[in-house]
Design a protein around this ligand. Sequence first.
Ligand code: GDP
Length: 197
Amino acid sequence: MVIKTAEFVKSSDRWQDCPEPTMPEYAFIGRSNVGKSSLINALMNHKYLAKTSGTPGKTQLINHFVINESWFLTDLPGYGYARVSKSMRRDFEKLITNYILNRKNLVNLFILIDSRHTPQAIDIEFIEWCGENSIPFSIVFTKADKLKPTVIAKNVEHYKSELLKTWEDLPEVYVTSAEKKTGGEGILDFITKTNEF
Ligand code: GDP
């Protein structure tokens, strides 16, 4: 897919305030600092579309963009930021889960995972929650340029085997680097294949 236009629509702090669900929608989510803004900017070939944050956990809003005037890209708040109060974390969770459960035009959720780490409980729990709620998702490993390809491959396999403990089939998996701009075509091809316009 060639990105011709990428336009910011609005930020919402409630799923009810999101734009009218008139187009297919693809959302990106992950722990704070996973590299979500960088990946969105790399995918869209845009330096500053999504804000890259020096302060993790700051973006607590659902940000909608319209791509090629035909689909929504949604930048969801990062989860799992430890240095906020419990009640703030609960508000985040509610915002995210309500959005995911209620957004009728959501075609797929891209769950971002830092490829440098071993499986983290919070990510596994979130993935399990998606499964329990029949939410279609893919897994996107980020920052693949940070370690040797052999180490990244081992981490990805480790992750897959962790998921296979509870899943019969694995979802689509992408290995990306926003820094090197690699792995993004797979995601854009998936979006082209799955949306109906
Ligand atoms: P977000 O909080 O998930 O939106 O994460 P950001 O996109 O703001 O990235 C967090 C930090 O990781 C920043 O310092 C980025 O420069 C860095 N980062 C993000 N993606 C990559 C990547 O693909 N490679 C490398 N080496 N660093 C990255």
